[in-house]
Design a protein around this ligand. Structure first.
Ligand code: UGA
Length: 425
């Protein structure tokens, strides 16, 4: 059992904390947001994540505590940095929170009670950040030896606890034997291959993995756009492609494109990084371009079917960037709603979880309303767009008879009714 402090109680920090608490470690999660800290200590999840409520009720107040202070750092065997790295206007990652967390860890470690604490970067950071920014920032105040490591996360929102507990691999980016041994203790009992690399390679693995997944999606979308013109079902095509062992079936689902806080941000950050070292990121730019274009392709198809959208009532099913979350960051639905509004359409939306979030962006009005069920959103609609792969949409059937006109475009290959039209199939 190790004593661990995690700086940052966002989605990565909190999931790391609660899962390591479940593995028996003593965890303190540090955040500047007092409201969040109070919620965690009261066993109330500040974010929605499947299974989080149960684990928080089990561990909050026993081996998981939240605090606004860095005091626990001095007693910790391992200190994780899990603060945000939001994009700057040029797409590169803003590292100010990483740097400030590392500096404060250094100050707290001046009074340390552990002989060789290990500082671990869990946030997604550009290669060299751990070595050239984090370690020097800790050393600014702390002159005694300490270990450092980069340990990327590969968690999917909505399935993060499952992903943490059953990872495909654990990447330990360090060349310090003592730090590596400590990380093996952190992950003792996890049934996954462990890959030990340099810290810079570990940092790059995270970006490259996300860029690869995003590339597969944009590739599938481009093939899908061609298939649509030729009257071919891209899902049949990708099934045939994915059965090749060298390719595999995951992340080949064509549709309205990827959203979320990770793929768009990480692909842009990697592209900026490439430019900074004199490489033209031709492929990465195309991945973003294909993705940005999918909502327009959906709008063009809608206009082909409906002709003039002005004054037409459009049902929008799905607002979250994917199922099982209320997160709307970079959700394709936001772009589609903007485009529908530009065309003068009246929108009736429904999402099982994300409506409150979208109301902040588009307050309810004559042009946009938020309905309590998919059926109510479909009532009297001239057309319907499906934008999120919520499993409950697969069950929809008689609800579509409430529409005025049966123009139904599925952007996620989720509907089961035969007369829905696929975006690229
Ligand atoms: C992604 C990665 O999958 C995680 O491994 C990674 O740790 C995480 O980013 C991160 O960097 O933190 P996440 O953003 O939660 O996870 O969501 P995904 O399940 O990967 O889906 C991303 C988007 O791609 C969604 O909008 C989804 O609808 C879309 N998608 C996914 C497709 O359009 N097609 C697919 O075949 C798969």
């Amino acid at each position: 059992m190790l004593t661990i402090t995690i700086i940052g109680s966002g989605y990565v920090g909190l999931i790391t904390g609660i899962c390591l608490a479940e593995r028996g470690h003593a965890i303190t999660v540090v955040d500047i947001d007092e409201k969040k800290v109070r919620a965690i200590n009261a066993g109330e999840p500040p974010i929605y994540e499947k299974g989080l409520q149960e684990l928080l009720s089990k561990h909050a107040g026993s081996n998981l505590h939240a605090s606004t202070s860095y005091a626990s750092v001095s007693d910790s065997d391992v200190i994780f940095i899990a603060v945000g790295t939001p994009p700057l206007p040029d797409g590169s990652a803003d590292l100010q929170y990483i740097k400030s967390a590392a500096e404060q860890i250094g100050i707290a470690l001046q009074e340390r009670h552990v002989p060789y604490p290990v500082v671990v970067v869990k946030s997604t950071v550009p290669p060299t950040t751990t070595r050239d920014i984090v370690v020097p920032a800790v050393e600014k105040s702390m002159k005694d030896p300490f270990g450092s490591c980069m340990n990327p996360e590969f968690l999917r929102e909505g399935r993060a606890i499952e992903d943490f507990m059953h990872p495909d691999r654990i990447v330990i980016g360090s060349c310090d034997e003592e730090a590596i041994a400590k990380m093996k203790q952190v992950y003792a009992g996890f049934d996954a291959p462990m890959l030990v690399t340099s810290s810079t390679a570990a940092e790059m693995i995270k970006y490259a993995a996300n860029a690869m997944l995003a590339t597969r999606i944009s590739f599938s979308n481009e093939i899908g756009n061609v298939c649509k013109k030729l009257g071919i079902d891209v899902y049949e095509v990708m099934q045939g492609v994915g059965l090749d062992n060298r390719i595999g079936p995951a992340f080949l689902n064509a549709g309205v494109g990827f959203g979320g806080s990770c793929f768009p941000k990480d692909v842009s950050a990697l592209a900026s990084l490439a430019i900074a070292v004199g490489i033209d990121p031709i492929l990465l730019h195309s991945v973003i371009k294909v993705n940005d274009n999918q909502p327009s392709i959906m709008m063009a198809l809608l206009e082909e079917r409906v002709h003039d959208l002005s004054g037409k009532q459009i049902a929008v099913l799905g607002l979250a960037f994917k199922d099982n979350t209320d997160d709307i960051r970079e959700s394709r639905a936001i772009r589609i709603i903007e485009l529908l509004r530009e065309k003068g359409a009246r929108i009736k939306c429904y999402d099982p979880m994300a409506m409150e979030e979208v109301k902040h962006l588009f307050p309810p009005s004559q042009e946009i309303s938020y309905m309590s069920s998919a059926g109510n959103a479909l009532d009297g609609a001239d057309a319907c767009l499906v934008l999120t792969e919520w499993p409950e949409f697969a069950e929809l059937d008689v609800e579509f008879s409430r529409m005025k006109t049966q123009i139904i475009i599925d952007g996620r290959h989720i509907l089961s009714i035969p007369h829905a039209e696929g975006l690229c199939w």
